[in-house]
Write a protein that binds this ligand. Structure first.
Ligand code: GLA
Length: 359
C-alpha cells in the first residue's frame, strides 16, 4: 500500500451555491483533511500510544454547518486573526475601519473573513511529502482592509508532523496576521470528553490581560505562580475549575494571548506542548510568530454537530493559535504587523505528534 498519498474529492455544496472540495493527505499513520473553504483543517488522524488512530480536531461533515456556526473550526483566519479594537487603526497616518463582528471589535478578519472563502488549489502532490497549496485573492478594501492581498496556505504532512505555511503579498501597504484555528481534542473528536484533562505547557513567562471585550488591557503580566503559569505542564482543568481569577472570569475560561519567550523568529521555535494522559497523544506547536492565543472553547455551543454523528459542546476542544499579538495595529510596543508592497508575509507553524508512555 502507498504510504504517501494526496487526493482531492468533492466534499459538499453550500446553500449560497459554491462547491467545496476536500484534500486528503496521508503519510504513514497520519492523515490530514483540508477543505477548499477557509483552507480548513477538517480532520487530523493521529495514533495513540497503542497505535490506535483517532481524529483529534473538531470539524463538520457538512460544509454549510461551518457557515451557520461561526466557530472557525480548523479554519485559516485572516486578514487579521484575533481582535482589533473598534475595528479601527491608522496605517501610515491613514485611518482605516474594518468590519466589526465581535461586540465593538473586529475578530478574525470580519464577518466575511478568509474562513468563509473558497480558496483555489494551486498545487497538490504526494511526493516526496504529501502537500497542498491553497490560494486566495482578497481585493483592495476587502472587509475594509487596504491593499490587494494574495494569500496562500500550504499544508505539508511529514511522517511525524503537519506543517502549515501561511504567506501573503500585497500591492499596497496593509496589515496581516494569519493563523490556523484548529480545535484539538487529543482523546478524539468523538470521544465525548471535554479538554479539562489535557495537560499543557506554554513557552511563555507572561500573557496579555484583557478587558471585558477581550482587547489587551495593559502590558504583559507575568504568569509566575498564577493560573496562567504553564511554564511547566499542568492540567488545563485546574485553572478552569479553580475559580476566582478575574482574568479567567473575563475570558469565560482561557481566551488569552501568551507572549512567547522566543519572540518572532525566522524558523519555528517551540511554543506549546499539549498531552492527553489516557490516550498518550502529544501535540507540540512550533511557530515563527511572537504570540499564542490559548482558547478553551468557551463559546462552543452545546449540541454543535461534529463528524460521524459526534456532537460538541463548551470546552469540547481547545485552540493554540500562534499569531501576532491582538490589536497590534494600535499597539506600537508590539512586534509590527505591517506588510509593505514587495514584502512577503510568512508564518510557519509546525504541529509535531508523538506519544507519552502510560502512568
Ligand atoms: C478566538 C477568540 C475567541 C473566539 C474564538 C472563536 O480564539 O479569541 O474569543 O472568538 O476565536 O469562537
Amino acid at each position: 500500500m502507498e504510504t504517501r498519498t494526496a487526493e482531492c474529492r468533492p466534499f459538499g455544496q453550500l446553500k449560497r451555491g459554491d462547491s467545496v472540495d476536500c484534500i486528503t493527505l496521508r503519510n504513514g499513520a497520519l492523515s490530514a483533511s483540508i477543505l477548499t473553504m477557509g483552507a480548513t483543517l477538517q480532520g487530523l488522524v493521529v495514533p495513540d500510544r497503542a497505535g490506535e488512530p483517532a481524529d483529534i480536531v473538531l470539524g463538520h461533515d457538512d460544509p454549510q454547518v461551518y457557515l451557520d456556526h461561526a466557530c472557525y473550526l480548523g479554519s485559516v483566519v485572516g486578514r487579521y486573526a484575533n481582535r482589533i479594537a473598534g475595528g479601527r487603526f491608522s496605517l501610515d497616518g491613514q485611518p482605516c475601519q474594518v468590519d466589526v463582528n465581535n461586540g465593538p471589535n473586529s475578530l478574525h478578519g470580519g464577518t466575511g473573513g478568509f474562513h468563509q472563502r473558497i480558496w483555489q488549489v494551486a498545487g497538490l502532490t504526494a511526493d516526496p511529502v504529501p502537500q497542498v497549496t491553497l490560494c486566495l485573492d482578497s481585493p483592495d478594501g476587502d472587509q475594509g482592509f487596504p491593499g490587494q492581498l494574495r494569500a496562500s496556505a500550504t499544508y505539508r504532512l511529514h511522517e511525524d508532523r503537519l506543517e502549515l505555511l501561511l504567506e501573503a503579498v500585497s500591492n499596497a501597504p496593509t496589515i496581516v496576521n494569519l493563523t490556523g484555528h484548529a480545535y484539538f481534542n487529543l482523546a478524539g473528536q468523538a470521544a465525548g470528553r471535554d479538554i479539562s484533562g489535557h495537560h499543557l505547557e506554554i513557552a511563555a513567562d507572561s500573557f496579555l490581560p484583557v478587558d471585558a471585550t477581550a482587547i489587551p488591557s495593559g502590558p504583559p503580566q507575568p504568569v509566575a505562580g498564577g493560573w496562567f503559569d504553564f511554564t511547566r505542564p499542568r492540567r488545563v482543568g485546574a485553572g478552569l475549575e479553580g475559580g476566582g481569577d478575574p482574568q479567567l472570569a473575563l475570558g469565560h475560561g482561557y481566551d488569552h494571548d501568551f507572549v512567547l519567550r522566543a519572540g518572532r523568529q525566522p524558523e519555528p521555535t517551540f511554543a506549546a506542548r499539549l498531552s492527553e494522559p489516557e490516550s498518550g497523544r502529544v501535540v507540540e506547536v512550533w511557530t515563527t510568530e511572537p504570540g499564542l492565543q490559548f482558547y478553551t472553547g468557551n463559546f462552543l455551543p452545546d449540541g454543535l454537530p461534529g463528524k460521524g454523528g459526534a456532537t460538541y459542546g463548551r470546552r469540547g476542544g481547545l485552540c493554540l493559535e500562534p499569531q501576532t499579538h491582538p490589536d497590534t495595529p494600535n499597539r506600537p510596543e508590539f512586534p509590527p504587523c505591517r506588510l509593505a508592497p514587495g514584502q512577503i508575509y510568512r508564518h510557519r507553524i509546525l504541529y509535531r505528534f508523538s506519544s507519552d508512555a502510560g502512568a
